[in-house]
Ligand binder design. Structure first.
Ligand code: GDG
Length: 473
């Protein structure tokens, strides 16, 4: 028996070392959590995803791959992948599901490509499936997959988890009818469909009721072949990893370098992928409003803004980058001087140790998405503060804000009030910081990513077993 985990990206990176190609496992939170579950349950793990390398390279080097799991790459034709991934997944679904319907670029060919890609993956999974395997489907790229798998493998245990928000009915209904039906019926092919928050669960069940005419009992939809439970499973982080990183000598060294550099200033920090959902421009406007309203803070605070390149080939992302760079230029030009730049901006990712050094140097983490399924950065910031210092300022439009109640909550669209909240965060005394951090850390230490994966997978199995037992002998 094994777990078949399916996500668009495979947890490996391809590196060229001199003339050699090396595939190394990447240790993201999801991979660590699933691996921890498979090790405890003494199961094997096979990860299925879309290859961003060619077939020959993989075939020639797969034996040197040192991950303790199997990789099953699925190869998609370039044009198909563009329509499936860049257009339907990232320019239709991502936009719609994050409440940006005006950014949606729907076309029929892209929807057809989405269906084809889901079918190709379903076929590949059915080829490697053995009775008893547990299938875990991840995210908006594969919402058709549970139904396709249910047809091919009627008895399979299938869990589906959505990493982004599920929108309310008024937004979801904007999609063309066949796409709406495909998505809802697709997800209902699973035994368990999980979302980050109860709001998402309610949105999904309402869409199913209104658009498919099905009703649920205690969030369970009954169908001819199986039943589907809908539930809230807020994803989390490897708390210990982030908490203990505080003491790593490399991190301590980098932290003192950062502190030295800005010794007479307070540090506000943020890190996100470049994405219009992350509210980066709203954040800059709020910081600008803060500096205007509280001029006494000028030269006493610096905003370290790290943006990680992402989806640069999509027009809306390129536009967003220009807007952000204009805002940084405007703020620094108008309020900075030869001694002080209010915003220190980098458009590059940082390595793990540096990320922790930045988290643990920051007096304030300013996290302002206009819509975010969860937001792991907020949880990582809190977990890494072993010193119980720092203040989390967090948008109410994130899943994380439902759990991290001791954060200073903001509406990212209200820049005046966010400016005031920034001042409040910078002024917070150490006792208050400590109290809030302690509460949030206690919560995160318990609700970590291992608990999340275990709860999700055991509930998928329970739901499946319950149905099977209920069948007449
Ligand atoms: C999607 C949903 C949901 C970022 N920059 C660097 C770096 N990161 C790491 C962070 C964090 C992750 O990337 C970002 O996770 P988020 O949750 O904040 O956001 P998305 O990428 O949009 O993820 C989101 C998530 O799925 C999980 O379900 O929470 O709502 O949109 O782990 O640490 N890591 C390093 N350098 C960087 O520069 N090392």
């Amino acid at each position: 028996m094994k777990i078949i985990n399916i996500s668009y990206r495979l947890p490996l990176s391809v590196k060229k070392q001199n003339t050699k190609t090396v595939f190394t496992p990447s240790s993201g939170g999801l991979a660590t959590a699933v691996l921890s579950y498979t090790q405890k349950s003494e199961q094997k793990l096979t990860w299925v995803g879309i290859a961003d390398f060619d077939r020959n390279t993989w075939e020639n080097h797969k034996n040197e791959f040192e991950g303790n799991f199997e990789i099953e790459p699925v190869y998609l034709d370039r044009r198909l992948n563009r329509n499936f991934y860049n257009i339907f997944s990232n320019s239709v679904l991502w936009a719609m599901f994050h409440y940006f319907p005006s950014y949606m670029e729907y076309n029929e060919a892209a929807f057809e490509a989405y269906k084809s890609a889901n079918e190709i993956v379903a076929k590949r999974v059915s080829e490697i499936y053995e009775p008893g395997d547990l299938i875990w489907v991840h995210d908006y790229h594969f919402m058709g997959l549970p139904k396709l798998l249910r047809k091919l493998l009627p008895d399979a245990q299938i869990g589906f988890f959505l990493h982004i928000p599920f929108p309310n009915f008024e937004i979801f209904r904007i999609l063309p009818s066949k796409a709406k039906r495909y998505i809802l019926e697709g997800i209902l092919g699973s035994n368990l469909a999980g979302f980050h928050t109860w709001d998402n669960v309610i949105h999904f069940t309402e869409c199913v009721e209104k658009l498919l005419g099905l009703s649920h009992r205690n969030f369970v939809f009954s169908q001819d072949t199986h039943r589907t439970r809908i539930g809230s499973y807020p994803i989390s982080i490897d708390f210990e990893k982030f908490h203990n990183a505080y003491d790593k000598p490399e991190v301590a060294k980098l932290r003192s370098e950062i502190r030295e550099l800005y010794q007479d200033k307070k540090i506000i920090f943020s890190v996100d992928r470049l994405d219009y959902t992350k509210g980066i421009n709203n954040r800059l406007s709020a910081f600008e409003s803060f500096l205007k309203k509280y001029p006494e803070w000028r030269e006493k605070v610096v905003f370290l803004l790290v943006i990680v390149p992402s989806r640069e080939e999509i027009t809306k992302y390129g536009e967003r980058k220009s807007m952000i760079e204009q805002s940084v230029g405007r703020i620094n030009g108008a309020m900075g001087n030869y001694k002080w730049s209010p915003v220190v901006y980098q458009y590059q990712s940082v390595e793990f140790d540096k990320l922790i050094a930045l988290y643990t140097s920051a007096d304030v983490a300013l996290i302002s998405p206009v819509r975010d399924g969860m937001n792991l950065v907020a949880k990582e910031y809190v977990a890494s503060r072993k010193d119980l210092r720092g203040v989390l300022v967090l948008s109410l439009m994130t899943g994380a804000s439902k759990e991290l109640q001791e954060a200073i909550a903001i509406n990212p669209f209200d820049k005046e009030l966010t400016g005031y909240r920034i001042a409040q965060a910078l002024d917070m005394d150490e006792k208050q910081q400590e109290k809030r951090m302690r509460h949030m850390q206690k919560y995160l230490a318990k609700h970590d990513v291992f608990r999340w994966a275990t709860r999700f997978l055991t509930d998928t199995i329970d739901m499946h077993d319950h149905d099977n037992k209920a069948q007449p002998l």
